[in-house]
Design a protein around this ligand. Structure first.
Ligand code: F6R
Length: 260
């Protein structure tokens, strides 16, 4: 794993956005894996700005989102379908027929999970996958105890995740406890992965993912086995790492080779 530590959350968004811009410039037909939540919002704003400045076009890009709540109608404001439309897709020139999000439909979930996997494969696999990280180390909705080779499937959300995401739901709304998520095995097949984590609340999950043992109890630790993952952290999220100086030295030595 390549660990990049920047000062502020905005710098982390900026660094990650550059990786996405570079990918789209290198291959305008890129297949991107996208995430929801708070972490990617500034990054998406930077991508929108790059599109509006004429730097990039999403016309031929395909996207696959990591996850979706099960049972929420797609136009529900807390559905990830709605989030993606509002936060990114409505502001860029992407063909919405090439934006894929796991189905929230409670029926035929098994078939829709298989279809999602097949769709990713048929489109040549994911070139660049964006990840946030849960306080419990989840990636997508692969909660602790998720199989490290798991595929797209239904997962029960932990009490911690339900509580973390309660901030998005009003008190009179019932919050889903099930989700469909790409599996860890699905995520690990992406050619490149960017994990974006900011804020002190993520520091423990970050240290477990990067320096802890490979364990189903920190699903993000599976990224240790991936050949091309960059963890982009602000100082707060990186604050518990034991080998900070070493990561900074590697980053300086590599001289941001990624952007050559
Ligand atoms: C969202 C997702 C989740 C989030 C994670 C962090 O699609 O898959 O794994 O990335 O829960 O959420 P935030 O960014 O809201 O802290």
């Amino acid at each position: 794993m390549h660990v990049v530590i920047v000062k502020h959350p905005d710098d982390a968004a900026d660094y990650s956005a550059k990786i996405f811009v570079r990918q789209i410039l290198r291959d305008p037909r890129s297949v991107l894996g996208l995430a929801t939540g708070t972490s990617p919002v500034s990054l998406y704003q930077e991508l929108i700005a790059a599109y509006k400045a004429g730097e990039i076009s999403f016309r031929d890009v395909t996207t696959f989102n990591l996850d979706e709540y099960l049972g929420l109608p797609c136009m529900h404001p807390q559905s990830y379908q709605y989030f993606m439309a509002e936060t990114l897709f409505n502001h860029i020139d992407i063909n919405k027929e090439r934006t894929f999000i796991p189905s929230s439909n409670l029926e035929n979930t098994r078939a829709s999970c298989i279809e999602y996997e097949n769709n990713i494969t048929q489109r040549g696999g994911i070139d660049l996958q964006l990840l946030g990280i849960g306080r419990n180390g989840h990636i997508g909705f692969n909660e602790p105890s998720s199989g490290l080779s798991s595929r797209t499937r239904v997962k029960t959300l932990t009490a911690e995740t339900i509580q973390d995401n309660a901030r998005f739901f009003s008190t009179d709304e019932s919050q889903p406890e099930l989700a469909i998520t790409m599996g860890i095995g699905t995520i690990l097949e992406s050619k490149q992965i960017v994990l974006l984590a900011t804020g002190q609340a993520k520091a423990q999950a970050v240290v477990s993912a990067i320096e802890g043992p490979l364990s189903v109890f920190c699903p993000a630790s599976a990224l240790q086995t991936h050949v091309n993952t960059v963890c982009v952290l602000d100082e707060a999220a990186a604050s518990l790492l034991q080998h900070l100086a070493f990561y900074e030295r590697i980053d300086t030595d590599s001289g941001n080779l990624m952007f050559e």
